[in-house]
Structure formats: structure tokens, C-alpha cells
Design a protein around this ligand. Structure first.
Ligand code: COA
Ligand code: AMP
Length: 631
């Protein structure tokens, strides 16, 4: 399918049936699909109807049967525990088949949910694949989320079994997962029947006799089981992601479209082939981890790296380059914030020079807009193509990229290049009229979405329609804003909703506002994402206290920071609160969060003509100055 990008892209939109039929041949089907696409209802297009497959089979069994059993499938590289361990495809298959047997013995069947709350250890990957092997649905919760977020996800997904570990290991401290899990389970009515606990030597925990099971003992006693075929449209996983409210959205990924799209993307977007070493320096709790640590590299017969460490401090800003050298990484994927952290400590890019990085062919960046300075630094430091690409949890694979496996296009710093084949990206104004090149508007994707993208939210069809389809009929609303330039390059500039991006992590300001508003001393509040040199954005809270509050503003600030940390998690990086007398509002009562953000970022702003009292903005500026913003 290589050739020119223009040709490939045009073919994908002109005849998606033919285009994706060809891609689907790369997948091992138990029963071949009856058709490629049923788009009689484009809002819920069904890819590969009638097809039956198993995603775990395509990730593992297929390669062992094809003679790749002794190739390394997974390298676990953990500077925080001083461990490097490799697993061949045969070894991963053995572990996963036994774990699947153990889960089945606990009653897990097709479509049952298995929730994982785990650090970056091989067992987490085995757990995901074991669920997939049974046709069950996994839901991974990022370890940096606290018990409140975890409880919401357990309540909504109602897992039969939770897979967890005794602890996670951060550079400065050990995170005890068990107390967080217990606090979450105490809050929910949908209590899991069992929790399987991986005991880590750094912090073993005691188990509850009637509910908890020791992972090691359970797996050792289990018998391996084979793959359960599922329909292409059956769910493989639910991944909760931040929406504009405090309730996360459970993005549902199917089995068939996902397998086809991810395998196609490895070859055509990333230019990766079987046997190559692929490293996505993300976390399995995020969509990048699902797609490009676990499924795509394994579908493609690659070696994937599972890195339990940070870009800096484990032990230094050279650790990424150590991993590339030690494991012969061919293609790498990271968040711009990680590279900014490295660049800050090694501005002259001395550390990459100390390593033999000859294996590396490309670095892909995503999770937030890759700022031109960081891209330029990476290019200088590594001497390979540095590719910004744009995608979302909802799509599961890139919407726009420089598809190295089709045709390498010239890079424009700040742009994720052009839409990936399959994605009909358009720019619309507020009334839904398409905008010409150069004009910024809502970035939308014409329906039907390509294979692999979400078809609904878990047990929330109405929420799916409302969040993505109602605003612009016939299109999927990405909630990103941007434009096409005259060369057809896409520029993704900002979100159009209350989502912020903190160190590559997607967070909802609405969720933080809910926590703050629940404080007994708070009359009203707003949270805005302000610029941060390292993390891209960080949240800042603005609160108005109730009249007659007896404790000091400082006490309330500290309490609010602690509450957000306890309810949402440390990953929110919520550290700044400005206590103010009033919030700036329009006469109709809408809080002017955008204006507050611009003041904090020292950007020019126009005082909205509808503002209730312009003097409030002066107070906001003073409060922000006191915190080091609005310079
Ligand atoms: N489990 C438990 N806690 C976690 C965690 C996890 N998996 N991940 C992060 N945390 C905690 C950290 O310990 C920290 O807690 P603290 O406030 O007690 O120090 C807090 O969450 C914030 O962590 P982090 O976002 O990692 O910030 P940092 O200042 O420690 O490090 C970076 C800054 C840029 C190095 C780091 O954010 C990073 O590596 N970002 C890349 C993220 C990424 O790859 N995203 C991929 C999305 S595609
Ligand atoms: P997530 O669902 O966590 O992957 O976050 C998706 C959001 O991150 C997108 O909607 C964008 O706002 C932002 N994003 C991801 N990649 C990019 C990119 N390359 N350029 C600009 N924004 C990006």
C-alpha cells in the first residue's frame, strides 16, 4: 500500500471498503467478515460485521505458530527497581494462557469486566491480554489516579475481578495501591468478587481472606486456556477518559476494527515491521499505552518495551537514550513534556552523544501539541525524523501524522502534518459551515469514523451522541480547534472545551471544580489551565469563600490542594489556589475562565462586553501575580 500519500489518502476516502478489506487480510480471523463496513447508520458504523477473531490470538498465538516463539516480545526495563527482564512470545503466551485460566476459574467469562489498577510491570500487560483471551473486557485505571477516580470507574464498569499490585514505585516514594483500592471499594455498590494482588517485594501487603488472592499462587495453580472467539464489534476494552463533567467517559474499543487499524498503522504510520523494536514511553493507563505498548507492537510481531521509570531522575536525563541503546530501539514514541523535561536538564543535548543510537529511525510525539522548540531540540539531539502526530483516546490511533510508511513528507514544526488515511478531517465554523484554508475552527471528522475508533461510551449511548455527534450532524466533534494551511497541513491549536493537558495527561477542570465546590467553606469556584514550561499546562483554582469563614485563606488553599490530590490524584498537579472576592462573570452568570487563563498566561485579552463588572479582572490579576503568574 505504499506510494504517494495523496494517492493513499484519496483511496481511503473514495473506497473505504476496498481500502480496509486489504488491511483486514493482515488479521487472523476465526470467521472472515461478511462485509467490510456496515454504515447504514454512519453514527454507529460497524466495521467487519460477521467477522470473528480474538485479539490475544493475534497478539501472541499467531506469532508462536508462525515460528516467532523465541523472539523477544516484551522487555521490562525498570530503573526504579534496577530490573531488566525479557520475555519471548512463547513465554508471554504461557503466562497469559495460565492467567486467563486463573481468571476463568474465578468466574470471568466473555463480556465480563476485569479492572486493572497497576504499575508498569509485565503482569499488567499479561492481565490485559488474559482478559482479551477470554473475550472479557479490560479497563485499566492509571496508577496516578486516587481512590475517588478509581471508585467512579469501578462503580461504572462493575468488574468481576480487579487485578492490582501491592505498590507502584515513583522516583521519590512508594505508592501503596492497596489502601487506595480499599477506599475505592468502600465507596461503591458494585463491589468486585475478587482482587488479585501482585505482591512486590518493595511493599508487600496483607490480603483479605474472603476476597483477595495472591497473584503468584493463583497463576501457579492455574491451567492454561485457549482463545474465545468474539464478534468484530464486541468490546475489547473500556478506557475512561476525562470529559467536561466530573464523570469520566468510558470509551469502548471493539476487537475487529481495532486490530485492523492498529496493525495497519504500525506499517504505514510508523514504518515498523515484524522483528523491529518499538518503544512507547507512556503508561498502560493511557490510550497510548493500550495501543502502542501493548496491542499494536504485538499484533505486528515487534518487540515492545515496558519502561517503569521517568524521563529524568531515574537516574538522570540520559535514561531514554540508555534504553534506546541497550535494547536497540528502532522507533520511539513519547510525550513532548517528557522531552521538555530532558531538554531542561540537558539543553545542549550532550547526553545522547554518549550513547550509540544508530538503531533509532524516528521519534514520534503525541499527547499534546509538540512545541516547535522541543521538536527542533529533538532533531538536533537525535538526527532522526521527529514526528508530531495528533490523536485522542476516542480514536485510539493517529488522526493526523506524517505517515513514514507511505511517504515521508516535509516536516513543519508545530503541525502534525496531514490527516491519516481513513480520517476525513474538516474545519467548521460555529454554525457548521466548512472553513477555507487558513481559518481556525472546530476540527471534526466526517462520519463514518475509520476502524478502531469508538462506537459508543460504555452503557451510555446518549452520552456518546451528546458529546460527539449532536453539535455538528454528520461529523464527529473532536473538541479540538485548528486549521488547514494552504499546503493541506493541519494545525491543532487548542481544546474547545474544559479539558486541560497536564504533562501529557488529559484532565477535566470540571472534575476539579466539583471537588473544590464540595468544600464547606467555598461559595463558588473555577479552575483554569494555565501555561507551564514543563507540563504544558497546570490547573489553577479560583475560589470565593463563604462569608464568615473563620480559618485563614491559606488553610483553605492547603485543604483544597489535599482534597483534589485525594479525590482525583497527584497526577492532576493541582497546587495553586487563588482566594478572590468575586469571579469574573458575564451578566448572564457565565464564569469567564478563558479570560482568567489569558491573564495568567500574560496574553492579550479583550474585556468581554458582556462582563458584569470589569474591575473583577484587576483583582484576578493581582491574585495571580501573587502566585507568580500574569507577569
Ligand atoms: N502512580 C502513582 N503516582 C504517580 C504516577 C503513577 N503511575 N504517575 C505520576 N504519579 C504522581 C507523581 O509521583 C507525582 O506525585 P507528587 O506530586 O507526590 O510528586 C504526581 O503524580 C505528578 O507526577 P508527574 O506528572 O510524573 O510529574 P513530575 O513533576 O513528577 O514529572 C514529567 C514531570 C514531565 C517528568 C512527567 O510528568 C512525565 O514523565 N511526563 C510524561 C507523561 C507521559 O509520558 N504521558 C504519556 C501520555 S501519551
Ligand atoms: P488523550 O485522549 O489523553 O490522548 O488526549 C487527546 C487530546 O490531547 C487531544 O484532543 C488534543 O487536545 C491533545 N493532543 C494530543 N496529541 C496532540 C498533538 N499532536 N497536537 C495537539 N494536540 C494534541
Amino acid at each position: 500500500m505504499t506510494g504517494s500519500y495523496e494517492d493513499c489518502y484519496a483511496r481511503s476516502l473514495r473506497n473505504p471498503h476496498h481500502f480496509w478489506a486489504e488491511a483486514a487480510r493482515e488479521i487472523e480471523w476465526v470467521r472472515r467478515p461478511r462485509a467490510v463496513l456496515n454504515d447504514s447508520d454512519p453514527e454507529r458504523a460497524s466495521w467487519f460485521p460477521g467477522g470473528k477473531l480474538n485479539s490475544c490470538y493475534n497478539a501472541l498465538d499467531l506469532h508462536v505458530l508462525a515460528g516467532r516463539g523465541e523472539q523477544t516480545a516484551l522487555v521490562y526495563d525498570s530503573p526504579v527497581t534496577q530490573t531488566v527482564r525479557s520475555y519471548t512470545y512463547r513465554e508471554v503466551l504461557e503466562r497469559v494462557s495460565k492467567l486467563a485460566g486463573a481468571l476463568r476459574a474465578l468466574g470471568v467469562e466473555k463480556r465480563d469486566r476485569v479492572l486493572l489498577y497497576m504499575p508498569m510491570v509485565p503482569e499488567a500487560v499479561f492481565g490485559m491480554l488474559a482478559a482479551a483471551r477470554l473475550g472479557a473486557v479490560h479497563s485499566v485505571v492509571f496508577g496516578g489516579f486516587a481512590s475517588g477516580e478509581l471508585a467512579q470507574r469501578i462503580q461504572h464498569a462493575a468488574p468481576k475481578v480487579v487485578l492490582t499490585a501491592s505498590c507502584g514505585i515513583e522516583p521519590t516514594h512508594v505508592v501503596e495501591y492497596k489502601p487506595l483500592l480499599e477506599a475505592a471499594i468502600a465507596r461503591v455498590s458494585n463491589k468486585p468478587a475478587h482482587c488479585v494482588v501482585l505482591q512486590r517485594p518493595e511493599r508487600p501487603v496483607s490480603l483479605l481472606a474472603e476476597r483477595d488472592l495472591d497473584w503468584g499462587a493463583l497463576e501457579a495453580a492455574a491451567s492454561p486456556v485457549g482463545c474465545v472467539p468474539v464478534e468484530a464489534k464486541d468490546p475489547l476494552y473500556i478506557l475512561y477518559t476525562s470529559g467536561t463533567t466530573g464523570v469520566p467517559k468510558g470509551v469502548v474499543r471493539d476487537n475487529g476494527g481495532h486490530a485492523v487499524a492498529l496493525k495497519w498503522s504500525m506499517r504505514h504510520v510508523y514504518d515498523v515491521r515484524p522483528g523491529d523494536v518499538f518503544w512507547a514511553a507512556s503508561d498502560i493507563g493511557w490510550v497510548v499505552g493500550h495501543s502502542y505498548i501493548v496491542y499494536a507492537p504485538l499484533f505486528s510481531g515487534c518487540t515492545t518495551i515496558l519502561y517503569e521509570g521517568k524521563p529524568v531522575a531515574t537516574p538522570d536525563a540520559g535514561s531514554f537514550w540508555r534504553v534506546v541503546e541497550q535494547h536497540g530501539v528502532h522507533t520511539m514514541f513519547a510525550a513532548p513534556t517528557a522531552l521538555r523535561a530532558i531538554k531542561r536538564e540537558d539543553p545542549d543535548a550532550v547526553l545522547p552523544l554518549r550513547r550509540a543510537l544508530g538503531s533509532l529511525r524516528a521519534l514520534f510525539l503525541a499527547g499534546e501539541r509538540a512545541d516547535p522548540e522541543t521538536v527542533a531540540w529533538c532533531e538536533r539531539a537525535l538526527g532522526v525524523p521527529v514526528i508530531d502526530h495528533w490523536w485522542q483516546t476516542e480514536t485510539g490511533w493517529p488522526i493526523a501524522a506524517n505517515c513514514l510508511g507511505i511517504e515521508r513528507l516535509p516536516v513543519k514544526h508545530g503541525s502534525p502534518t496531514r490527516p491519516v488515511p481513513g480520517y476525513d478531517v474538516r474545519v467548521l465554523d460555529d454554525s457548521g459551515v466548512e472553513l477555507p484554508a487558513g481559518q481556525t475552527g472546530h476540527l471534526v471528522i466526517k462520519l463514518p469514523l475509520p476502524p478502531g475508533c469508538l462506537r459508543t461510551l460504555w452503557e451510555n449511548d446518549a452520552g456518546y451522541e451528546q458529546a460527539y455527534l449532536r453539535r455538528f450532524p454528520g461529523y464527529y466533534q473532536t473538541s479540538d480547534a485548528g486549521y488547514f494551511d494552504a499546503d493541506g497541513y493541519l494545525w491543532v491549536m487548542s481544546r474547545t472545551d474544559d479539558i486541560i493537558n497536564v504533562a501529557g495527561h488529559r484532565l477535566s477542570t470540571g472534575a476539579m471544580e466539583e471537588v473544590i465546590a464540595a468544600h464547606p467553606d467555598v461559595a463558588e469556584c473555577a479552575v483554569a489551565g494555565v501555561k507551564d514550561d514543563l507540563k504544558g499546562q497546570v490547573p489553577v483554582g479560583f475560589v470565593v469563600l463563604n462569608a464568615g469563614v473563620s480559618c485563614s485563606a491559606g488553610d483553605v488553599e492547603r485543604d483544597l490542594v489535599a482534597r483534589v490530590r485525594e479525590r482525583i490524584g497527584p497526577v492532576a498537579s493541582f497546587k495553586q489556589v487563588c482566594v478572590v472576592q468575586r469571579l469574573p462573570k458575564t451578566r448572564s452568570g457565565k464564569v469567564l475562565r478563558g479570560t482568567m487563563r489569558k491573564i495568567a498566561d500574560s496574553e492579550p485579552y479583550r474585556t468581554p462586553p458582556t462582563i458584569d463588572d470589569p474591575a473583577v479582572l484587576d483583582e484576578i490579576r493581582e491574585a495571580l501575580r501573587a502566585k507568580g503568574y500574569a507577569r
